[in-house]
Write a protein of this length. Structure first.
Length: 326
């Protein structure tokens, strides 16, 4: 009987010690959660601080010019006439052109590296592509000036001759302009699309591919019917990540876009981007309104980037949810 009572007492002690240990573990987990959450909130606070600083710095522009600043096309610092539309147009068109060029090349290259190429060849090519992503933008800008601009200048007369009936290919063959900017941006974002898409395609379960092949499908049908649908959310994420890089690119675009604040339908004409005008004129802005207008352009670029990334997250969420429901 005493042994039984002693065992029950020991069990009560053990259960009490377990509760105390559990409380300590839960307190430690709680502290760890708040600790890492603090880092997450710091990133959000940093983004909010950037937005607030840009809003404060551009207050003069919004007060004096108002919302029409966004759709006016005049840019004359001497006469204090400022409009951001040419820069918004140049940024969006050059980025869209870069995506039109880079998406087919990037996704096609990723399919080859993930599905067709031998593993050693795939790894070696992926390493070289990642090195291309590490090249500084100013180096690509120099390449654009000395190689891409002369090449585009030599091709533009042919484009004008055969496609001149389209407004997109009319104009004088300067060599610098939206077409060259789109090409240099496509080179910059191509590694991101290719590498991320390859990794997503490699993550497709092998059992799904083997089941498709066992049903008699060809390799192409397996890629189209299994791999690409399974990886579409990751591909969409790669595309929008690349779009964010293209929107904010400064040096390479500044060196080849022509830096002319005008809106033209022709891809051959010089243009301007939001990042380029800030880089070119920030140190020369002596007037308060001029400086405030440049900061307002920065705020507009910040807002466009946030909106595009938000839409990207929403689209990826919907695609993932639809795929999970299916």
């Amino acid at each position: 009987m005493p042994a039984v009572q002693r065992t029950a007492a020991e069990e009560r002690i053990d259960s009490r010690s377990k509760r105390v240990t559990g409380l300590r573990e839960r307190a430690g987990d709680r502290a760890f959660r708040w600790f890492v959450a603090g880092f997450g909130w710091m990133i959000i606070a940093l983004a909010v601080m950037v937005g607030l600083q840009l809003a404060v710095g551009s207050q003069l522009t919004w007060t004096k010019l108002g919302a029409p600043f966004l759709w006016k096309s005049d840019w004359d610092p001497v006469a204090e006439k400022f409009g951001a539309l040419p820069f918004i147009y140049g940024t969006l068109v050059s980025s869209a052109l870069a995506l039109l060029i880079a998406i087919p090349l990037g996704v096609g290259s990723a399919i080859f590296l993930a599905e067709l190429a031998p593993r050693r060849v795939s790894d070696a090519c992926t390493f070289l592509i990642e090195l291309l992503a590490a090249v500084p933008s100013v180096i690509l800008g120099l390449m654009g000036i000395f190689l891409l601009v002369p090449a585009v200048r030599s091709v533009e007369p042919t484009l004008t001759k055969f496609l001149g009936f389209l407004p997109l290919f009319r104009g004088v063959p300067y060599g610098v302009g939206l077409l060259t900017a789109g090409l240099i941006l496509s080179i910059m974002i191509l590694p991101f699309i290719t590498v991320i898409t390859r990794e997503v395609l490699l993550a497709v379960p092998r059992s799904l591919k083997e089941a498709m092949l066992a049903l008699g499908a060809t390799h192409w049908e397996t890629v189209v019917g299994v791999s690409l649908p399974y990886a579409r959310s990751g591909i969409a994420g790669a595309v929008f990540l690349s779009l964010g890089r293209a929107l904010g690119e400064t040096m390479a675009v500044t060196m080849v876009i022509g830096n002319t604040p005008k809106i033209s339908w022709s891809l051959l004409d010089p243009s301007y981007s939001m990042a380029a005008v800030i880089a070119n004129e920030l140190t020369e802005a002596v007037g308060d309104l001029h400086l405030s207008s440049l900061i307002a352009i920065g705020l507009t670029l910040f807002a466009i980037t946030v909106v595009i990334n938000g839409l990207a997250r929403l689209m990826i969420y919907r695609v993932t949810r639809r795929g999970a429901a299916a």
